[in-house]
Design a protein around this ligand. Structure first.
Ligand code: CA
Length: 229
């Protein structure tokens, strides 16, 4: 990946939207690859130094979800999906398959660019996966399994700690209920969304300044949760 100007692959079948997105990205100094379908996009993703994929879910032929499934067999490239309004199920399906974030159409260019920056930053950090995290007055050392708040150690139960570690490892990323349940409780528990409400509530009680107005452990309504530092 080039650090000076990351290359972004835009997969969108509507030429006007594709052009608009690419112009905005180039205006920010990124280089841009374009594809109107998922098959060509897979070839481009394999052959180029791509830093991020912007993926429309409603594509002719091979679907956006099939693209994600295929790409995830050999790549952890960040994927930002663009979903049509009223396509809640598609969006959740794509996140379950391993997409990193989503924007609902119509979206503002400013928001698109902010999400792109956040994903590139996160992906860059993944390379040297820092085992420590600092947010607010909380310090977490994953290598030593220690959580401190204001310098005082906070006791977390085993499952609270596991949920925290998964959220931190996926910082900035939308985690669907299914993906979180699978990562923390295992594949047999992917329908127990109430576990998440309970345990997220406990993490907020222990680590947020105001648990009713969380700043770090955010709810993505109808989708899942996101940790944001
Ligand atoms: Ca489309």
């Amino acid at each position: 990946m080039s650090t000076s100007s990351p290359h972004i692959l835009v997969v969108e079948d509507e030429p006007q939207i594709r052009r608009l997105i690419c112009e905005a990205l180039r205006g920010e100094g990124y280089t841009c690859g374009e594809s109107s379908n998922a098959q060509d996009a897979l070839a481009l993703a394999a052959g180029n130094d791509v830093a991020l994929v912007l993926l429309d879910l409603g594509l002719p032929g091979m679907s956006g979800n099939e693209f994600i499934q295929e790409l995830r067999t050999w790549s952890q490239l960040p994927i930002l999906i663009l979903s049509a309004r009223n396509a809640e199920d598609d969006k959740i399906g794509a996140l379950d398959l391993g997409a990193d974030d989503y924007l609902a159409k119509p979206f503002g260019i400013g928001e698109l660019l902010a999400r792109v920056r956040a994903l590139l930053r996160r992906h860059g950090q993944d390379q040297d996966a820092a085992p420590t995290f600092q947010f607010g007055d909380v310090h977490v050392d994953l290598s030593r399994r220690i959580v401190c708040r204001g310098g005082i150690e906070v006791h977390l139960t085993k499952m609270e700690y596991r949920l925290l570690a998964v959220m931190l490892a996926n910082s900035g990323k939308v985690m669907t209920h299914r993906r979180l349940l699978q990562a923390v409780w295992g594949t047999g528990h992917t329908e127990q969304a109430h576990y998440l409400r309970i345990y997220l509530g406990r993490l907020r009680q222990k680590l947020e300044v105001d648990p009713t107005q969380p700043k770090f452990f955010l709810t993505e309504t109808g989708v899942g949760y996101r940790f944001q530092s």
